[in-house]
Ligand binder design. Structure first.
Ligand code: HEC
Length: 284
């Protein structure tokens, strides 16, 4: 890790500019998307935009292990879990309503900016809002288990649809900037930014893992992960993953569903504009 760190610090060449201080425009965000996506499309020729939905499995550096993953996908380990998700989704509330009556955004469009509250709505947040509005108990653990299952069930109906998060409002653009700042800022004892690993070092190895490209992040979430399954909690939302990555660089994770991770989710989702949704996904 030390060696890797030194190599990164020496080799870091910022391909994409560090965020500017003034408010960002819609046109500038479009340019960010183009630069971000073109960087990967050039770096990994032959890997299409849609391929990035498969995370690290899409990269040529992962080719050796990809065969294993494909084999696993013949009988995906999450199948019975998805049946359970469907049951939990369909189970009526005490008032007779179900999750189908919730006021959720349709399509591959989360997080959604809400101008009235100047807040970002995530699917996780909206599910809890709906439970509360119907007099049900909210789900406390928003990173694993039932919540992740419900999110997977809802999102899966939009599989194949390209990511299309709306960042046209000034308020959304502010959230975007916050997310971008978090993505590119170095943090933790190891002083790594998200971009250090998932942009500059995408495809390179770290402690035996190949690093995925930032392009494609969020499109497979929630994921069902072998490593998490061993510990009895196979599902993880995107905020669970963020916390894991923060811990890897010995930074204190932010709170799941807090402002930082919501902003980060928005930034990553915007960078993935056009990448098709593929939920759930299996990961190592
Ligand atoms: C020290 C390197 C490192 C840093 C820094 C890091 N990650 Fe990761 N990240 C990993 C590794 C290793 C994995 C697992 C292999 C993979 O999918 O890249 C991973 C996986 C992920 C995934 C899962 C991708 C998928 O499709 O399964 C996401 C999303 C992610 N990271 C986002 C982030 C974000 C956002 C940050 C900054 C807060 C960050 N990472 C910082 C190493 C890092």
């Amino acid at each position: 890790m030390k060696q890797f760190l030194t190599a990164v610090l020496v080799a870091v060449a910022l391909v994409i500019g560090i965020p500017a201080a003034n408010a960002i425009s819609e046109a500038e965000i479009k340019k960010d998307i183009e630069e971000f996506q073109n960087y990967f499309l050039k770096r990994f020729p032959g890997v299409t935009l849609a391929d990035y939905a498969d995370g690290v499995n899409a990269l040529p550096q992962y080719a050796e292990r990809r065969a294993n993953w494909e084999l696993l996908m013949e009988f995906p380990p999450y199948e019975t879990e998805m049946d359970k998700a469907a049951e939990q989704w369909a189970k009526p509330f005490a008032n007779g309503k179900t999750f189908d009556d919730c006021n959720l955004a349709a399509g591959n469009v989360y997080p959604v900016y809400d101008a009235a509250t100047d807040d970002l709505r995530t699917l996780v947040g909206d599910i809890n809002v709906c439970l509360k509005a119907n007099g049900e108990k909210t789900i406390k653990n928003v990173k694993v288990g039932k919540m992740a299952r419900l999110v997977a069930h809802y999102r899966a109906q939009f599989n194949g649809q390209p990511m299309a998060v709306d960042y046209s409002q000034a308020g959304a653009q502010k959230w975007y900037e916050k997310g971008r700042q978090i993505y590119w800022a170095k943090r933790g004892q190891l002083n790594f930014s998200c971009a250090n690993c998932h942009v500059q070092n995408a495809g390179n190895k770290i402690r035996g893992d190949v690093l995925s490209a930032g392009l494609g992040h969020t499109t497979g979430f929630p994921v069902y992960r072998t490593k998490w399954a061993v510990a009895g909690k196979p599902w993880g939302t995107i905020h669970r993953r963020y916390a894991g990555c923060n811990k890897q660089v010995r930074a204190k994770p932010f709170k799941a569903q807090g402002a930082e991770y919501k902003a980060l989710e928005l930034y990553e989702a915007v960078m993935n504009t056009g990448v098709p949704l593929k939920v759930p996904s299996q990961r190592q």
